[in-house]
Write a protein that binds this ligand. Structure first.
Ligand SMILES: O=C(O)C1=C[C@@H](OP(=O)(O)O)[C@@H](O)[C@H](O)C1
Ligand SMILES: C=C(OP(=O)(O)O)C(=O)O
Length: 442
């Protein structure tokens, strides 16, 4: 979880990428699977769990609070839940590593339990804002002490019984929405979250799937999500679909490396997550969806991606919530498009594992790409399909998505690109480099 020695990696221009890959389980759904299974009464089984460091941090925290969790095979996990209200006082700090989702969602769970937990994280997570969950969870009665600026380390003393609230999200954040809904699970009465802009809805789908009483109404104020507290959750057999945020790297890599044809199997295509594929289609990418189906209550398909000339676009700002983690690799796609792409309305990128606008300006800029930075986005002038100059060393800044996006950029660069530390990739995609070698036929 904390990476002692940096792991530099040099990426050289690649021949065509060919083959079929399966991406690991969805990170957002994996976190929620462990949390909700941990609160059900009895044994749940999870298939396809992402075994990345972020999700393992959630598993470790749930264990510390009394949940029995066992790995019984590749991606197959069994969880014996303690029931809503049954989490135990952790005997040690919850070490969250690099994971914002673990921290914010678990803070929600703890807020309505009669327990106190201290959250710690790595240097990246310790810079990220927690005020966005501290505010609503405090309104529900939790007593939260954070470090200056609302950062980690943070101590959450839960209130039991907590107070149900109606809360309008001030920022489009599925983590904040989920924190309040999870706190609402063990709160008497109805807790409501109003989201003016729709964000990923895995929590809503999964809470309903576990038997919670949850309604979603579209209104002129936005989506109103109501959860009835003191729920009894029934254990489930869960199948986690492949992560579209991980598939994104291969979709862009195959699009930019001449001659490529890659099939990405089992990709989750929940509309609240699929914005990158919409943007790539707008750019002229050659992506075919085959065998659409439902896996674990989520829409899934295989994607066949072939190399294609890309054209610059103005990225519609309303796509932002459904492709928020995919901007770094979208900027890479734009670096190979014909013309100048502009992406605005993505201010949230500044508070991810790194400031992803600044990080990508620095990284692509060092590789000879022409960029313009805005407070809420970026303009990228593409090569029209030619390789970018490359030849630079990139700081991955403890940010897995920067490391993977710049790896993709290096596959079509004149001179090799060095990533100063590729270790953060293990937070969401431990098999990323192995899969790259398979696609290169190595
Ligand atoms: O709810 C989730 O699982 C996530 C929500 C998003 O964060 P925000 O809620 O901060 O936008 C996303 O960036 C993160 O990778 C996962
Ligand atoms: C922002 C991300 O994750 P988290 O907020 O869970 O750290 C991400 O995976 O890109």
């Amino acid at each position: 979880m904390s990476h002692s020695a940096p792991q530099p990696i040099e990426i050289s221009a690649s021949d065509a990428l060919k083959g079929r890959v399966t991406v690991p389980g969805d990170k957002s759904i994996s976190h929620r699977s462990l949390m909700l299974s941990g609160l059900a009464v009895g044994e749940s089984r999870i298939e396809g769990l992402l075994e990345g460091e972020d999700v393992l941090a959630t598993a470790a925290a749930m264990r510390t609070m009394g949940v029995t969790i066992e790995r019984s095979g590749d991606g197959i996990w069994r969880v014996w839940g303690v029931g809503v209200g049954g989490l135990l006082q952790p005997g040690q700090a919850l070490e969250m590593g690099n994971s914002g989702t673990s921290t914010r969602l678990l803070a929600g769970l703890i807020a309505s339990h009669p327990i106190t937990a201290t959250f710690t994280g790595d240097a990246s997570l310790s810079k990220r804002p927690m005020g966005r969950v501290i505010e609503p969870l405090s309104l529900m009665g939790a007593d939260i002490t954070a470090s200056p600026g609302g950062r980690l380390p943070m101590m959450v003393r839960g209130m039991n019984p907590a107070v149900p609230i109606e809360y309008t999200l001030p920022v489009a954040s599925a983590q904040v929405k989920s924190a309040v809904l999870l706190a609402g699970l063990n709160t008497p009465g109805i807790t409501r979250v109003i989201e003016p802009v729709a964000t990923r809805d895995h929590s809503e789908r999964m809470l309903a799937g576990f038997g919670a009483t949850l309604t979603v109404e579209p209104t002129n104020r936005g989506r109103v999500i109501s959860i009835t507290g003191e729920a009894e959750l029934k254990p489930q057999d869960i199948v986690v679909p492949g992560d579209p945020s991980s598939a994104a790297f291969w979709a862009v890599a195959a699009s930019i490396v001449p001659g490529s044809e890659v099939t990405i199997a089992n990709v989750g295509l929940n509309p609240t997550r699929a914005g990158l594929f919409t943007a790539l289609h707008m750019m002229g990418a050659d992506i075919t969806e085959v065998d659409p189906r439902t896996v674990g209550g989520e829409p899934v398909a295989d994607l066949i991606v072939r190399h294609a000339p890309l054209t610059a676009i103005d990225v519609p700002p309303d796509l932002a919530p459904s492709m928020i983690d995919e901007y770094p690799v979208l900027f890479v796609a734009a670096a190979f498009a014909q013309g100048r792409s502009v992406a605005r309305g993505a201010h949230e990128l500044r508070v991810k594992e790194s400031d992803r606008i600044a990080a990508m300006v620095a990284a692509l800029g060092a590789c000879g790409v022409v960029l313009e930075e805005f407070e809420d986005g970026l303009a990228v002038t593409g090569t029209g399909g030619d390789p970018i100059p490359g030849g630079a060393t990139i700081a991955s800044l403890l940010d897995h998505r920067i490391a993977m996006a710049m790896t993709v950029a290096g596959l079509h660069a004149k001179a090799p690109i060095t990533i100063d530390d590729a270790a953060p990739v293990a937070t969401s995609y431990p098999t990323f480099f192995a899969t790259l070698e398979e696609l290169q036929g190595k």
